[in-house]
Ligand binder design. Structure first.
Ligand code: IMP
Length: 413
């Protein structure tokens, strides 16, 4: 039985909390795309954990964790997170030998290219994600399995730097000192090689267990279906989770889509329901909307049904979780975008190009307090109406509602 959890908006929906909540039901938790651009925050027994590369199953003592072939891995970050958790975590962690490696020069290229883009910058996390995936697609990338044979890896890297020296010069990036790099690779080999395996085979061998594919980033950041070019460089949707893990599509059981009760975005790019006024500020403040990975303030706005409907369809969602409902506590009125308008024409579908798109809102009555409510019956009636309105519009059951950061501040319907 394989389930998938995917983000339905522009990321930071709170996927980590639902994964953590459900992780006890799974034997294996898998990350299948993205890298340390992701940041899940989970609070367990009052302690806050920020996970970037490690799957959220590390918080469940009984789950195995897999970093799948579709992930791009920056070894120093992985080693750091393993150390933070304690070395024992290695007994519960496997990394795909097919996952591509982020090296320091990818990070430098990411940052240099953003600088060159000037006002058109994407607003990447600066973690080297795009350049590492670009190398993968160009078939010049380095895979984690190559750490097992340092001589051959060094030879490939020498060739790589030779081939790219013009590009490096253009971006003013130094080619690394090979002796120093070898030492670093050696250290990564010592720290990681025992957990680098063929995870596709591992997952096939364990396909009858309960497996959770944990999405990173989210649908509207998908390289194909998101707001290109203001997207990340992987397929963040359900089909990407299958490609990025090697799980055969027909083994898929359930897809759970995660959305916030409002919308946020970090980085540049279109955002039809962004609120640049006091309401947006209030959402940011009440929701502590600052990036886990970069600390950047997130752009905030209202729930967008058009985008959510597009996302639940693309991902084949069976059920949806609406997170951070309590952040909307105290608003007299709350807005929901039910359609778009462009040049006087009404649009009910999320289009490939969002230029000149304006939201058409419906306003609903707000509520005082939903924070820490744990039962549907205990929610204020306007909060229930808000959830039911969203549910009716997107056509998928809202099964989970989160009303606070703690694990148990969750309503399950
Ligand atoms: P990159 O993934 O670092 O290349 O960044 C590309 C875009 O995706 C930027 O707008 C980032 O802010 C956004 N992004 C990447 N990872 C996350 C995430 O985990 N949450 C939210 N936005 C993200």
């Amino acid at each position: 039985m394989v389930d998938v959890i995917v983000g339905l908006q522009w990321g930071d929906e709170g996927k980590g909390k639902i994964v953590d909540l459900k992780a006890k039901n799974y034997d294996i938790v898998v990350r299948s795309q993205g890298g340390h651009n992701a940041g899940h925050t989970v609070v367990v027994d009052g302690k806050k954990y920020a996970l970037h590369l490690l799957p959220s199953g590390v918080l469940n003592p009984n789950a195995m964790n897999v970093i799948g072939n579709g992930v791009v891995v920056y070894p120093p970050q992985l080693i750091k997170e393993i150390k933070n958790f304690g070395h024992d975590i290695k007994n519960k962690l496997l990394v795909s030998d097919k996952a591509h490696m982020i090296l320091d020069h990818h990070i430098k290229i990411d940052q240099a290219r953003e600088k060159l883009r000037g006002k058109n910058k994407i607003g990447t996390t600066g973690r080297g994600i795009g350049p590492a995936y670009a190398d993968k697609i160009a078939r010049i990338g380095i895979r984690m399995g190559e750490l097992k044979d340092l001589d051959s890896l060094i030879e490939r890297l020498e060739h790589y730097y030779e081939m790219n020296k013009g590009y490096f010069k253009y971006l003013d990036i130094e080619i690394p000192d090979m002796k120093k790099l070898r030492e670093e690779l050696q250290n990564w080999q010592e720290e990681l090689s025992e957990i680098i395996v063929d995870t596709t085979k591992y997952l096939w061998d364990n396909i009858d267990k309960n497996i959770l594919l944990e999405g990173a980033q989210a649908t509207l950041l998908d390289i194909d279906h998101g707001t290109y070019p203001y997207v990340t460089s992987s397929n963040t949707i359900t089909s990407g989770a299958l490609t990025g893990s090697g799980i055969p599509p027909k083994k898929l059981n359930k897809v759970i889509g995660i959305a916030k009760a409002y919308t946020t975005r970090v980085g540049n790019g279109p955002f039809p329901t962004e609120d640049l006024g006091v309401d947006g500020d209030k959402i940011r403040k009440q929701g502590a909307e600052y990036g886990t990975t970069t600390g950047r303030p997130r752009r905030c706005g209202w729930f967008d049904v058009v985008a959510a409907k597009y996302a639940v369809t693309l991902n084949s969602c069976d059920e949806v979780a609406v997170m951070k409902l309590d952040v909307l506590d105290g608003f007299e009125r709350v807005k929901v975008c039910v359609a778009y308008e462009r040049d006087g024409e009404r649009i009910d579908y999320f289009p490939s190009n969002l230029e000149r798109i304006k939201p058409i809102y419906v306003e609903l009555d707000g509520w005082d307090k939903s924070a820490h409510v744990r039962k549907w019956e205990d929610l204020p009636s306007n909060a229930k109406k808000y959830i039911e309105f969203i549910e009716e519009k997107i056509g998928v059951k809202v099964k989970y509602i989160s009303t606070g950061a703690e694990r148990d501040a969750t309503i399950i319907r």
